[in-house]
Design a protein around this ligand. Structure first.
Ligand SMILES: C[S@@+](CC[C@H](N)C(=O)[O-])C[C@H]1O[C@@H](n2cnc3c(N)ncnc32)[C@H](O)[C@@H]1O
Length: 404
């Protein structure tokens, strides 16, 4: 792994800050340091006020997300809603118009793929697989300095990572050094990439980007920054609260409104660590009761919460009646709730509203993350509808029936 000093120089170069040699003129208030969490992190070198911009990062590489359930679309304009998708006759990437086909963007993607000798006729190449591998393929176009920077980022190397690259070999003869590099890139991406926000209401393919400075940020379930993206793919990272000099700067890798078991499981599965921050250690999550389930006792209105939230197999206990429930029973309920949510048509606002108003609170208390998630989805869908107002417990049903 590169030294902290080398990494700092690459970051300064990436952000265009190399001209600022002198500490006094240096326009950022943070530095790379050895984090007590293990590995590197960013630490405040001066007090930072809430709302201050810490840095504006841009991606070394970006492209489609690689998950098998991610809907793939035009590899140029990201459109996922077209009747006329077609495959490029040279590389098999999905396109939606002649304009996209003739774009510089496509020609650089096509230039890498079309130079690999194909093992089957090009029209037989699985375009979805190709799209899932595209972000790693694009990394082949980086210059040597950029490749070095990319490979200096942490890479959690799991045997299953890079399967989309290995699977591509049934279609193309890929030089082994390029295959190895792309597999490493998938490990770096899986460890560090950010899902890029899609513009409100736009039916676009979901993208991920490798933002190298933001990649150094470690996770906290109560982070002190937030990030947003603009149309030029720049990511602005801002402080959400005062950060004292000497404190670590954190982002949040998981959903902020997820309860502790959901966050910890997600972090373990995707980033390979078990978070044990103060929020995770607090059974009530600072009184929010985001993970709470309804007490199993029919006479009790209380909420069940984990007794030892940092132990994955902890029993749960009711805050009201003290009833103790083994973890196995909790897992059954959580997976039933997962299936129930999975069966919902999230695009059907009437169904969402009905589920929110009439069904979900039979199973979980109003504080539960599922209820908050449904509220957020409804606000997202209805928030710009004229005449609707948020009334604390969301819209009155008769009100929304008038609209729909
Ligand atoms: C995006 S990287 C963050 C930068 C990384 N620490 C480095 O040295 O480059 C994500 C990895 O950092 C580590 N990490 C981040 N936040 C952590 C936390 N709160 N506790 C333990 N490990 C953490 C995990 O190994 C995770 O897979």
């Amino acid at each position: 792994m590169v030294s902290r000093e080398q990494l700092s120089v690459m970051i300064k170069h990436h952000l265009g800050l190399l001209a600022f040699g002198d500490e006094d003129d240096y326009p950022v208030k943070w530095a790379v340091y050895e984090s007590p969490l293990g590995g590197r992190g960013l630490v405040a070198t001066q007090d930072i006020k809430a709302g201050e911009v810490l840095f504006v990062d841009y991606p070394l590489v970006y492209g489609p997300r690689s998950g098998i359930t991610v809907q793939q679309g035009c590899t140029v304009c990201k459109n996922i809603d077209s009747d006329i998708f077609f495959k490029c006759s040279k590389c098999s990437l999905t396109l939606c118009s002649v304009q996209c086909q003739n774009s510089e963007f496509h020609s650089s993607d096509c230039s890498i793929i079309s130079r690999w000798p194909n093992k089957v006729p090009i029209e037989e190449v699985d375009e979805t697989l190709l799209s899932r591998a595209l972000t790693a393929i694009r990394a082949l176009l980086l210059n040597e300095d950029q490749k070095y920077f990319l490979t200096s980022l942490q890479a959690n190397r799991l045997p299953q990572y890079g399967s989309e690259i290995r699977d591509l070999k049934q279609y193309f003869d890929i030089p082994s050094h390029e295959e190895e590099f792309m597999i490493l890139v998938t490990c770096v991406l899986n460890t560090n990439a950010f899902q890029m926000a899609t513009q409100y209401g736009k039916k676009e393919m979901s993208l991920r980007g490798l933002y190298p400075v933001a990649s150094i940020l470690n996770h906290s379930c109560v982070p002190n920054t937030r990030n947003c993206f603009n149309g030029d793919l720049q990511m602005t990272v801002k402080a959400t609260k005062t950060i004292d000099a000497g404190s670590e700067i954190f982002t949040c890798y998981s959903g902020m409104l997820w309860g502790t078991p959901a966050r910890r499981l997600y972090l373990y599965r995707t980033k390979h660590f078990l978070c044990d921050c103060d929020r995770c250690a607090d059974p009530t999550e600072r009184g929010t009761l985001l993970a709470a389930l309804k007490c199993f006792s029919p006479d009790c209105q209380g909420s069940l919460l984990p007794i030892h939230p940092l132990k994955t197999t902890t029993a749960w206990r009711c805050l009201e009646c003290g009833m103790r429930v083994p973890n196995d029973n909790i897992c059954v309920i959580q997976s039933a709730l997962g299936s129930l949510m999975g069966s919902l048509d999230l695009k059907n606002v009437d169904e969402l509203e009905n589920f929110y108003l009439n069904r979900i609170t039979r199973y979980v208390p109003r504080t539960n993350q599922i209820v908050l998630d449904l509220q957020c989805r409804l606000i997202w869908e209805l928030g710009e509808t004229d005449g609707l107002r948020w009334n604390g417990k969301f819209t009155e049903h008769k009100y929304s029936q008038k609209i729909f």
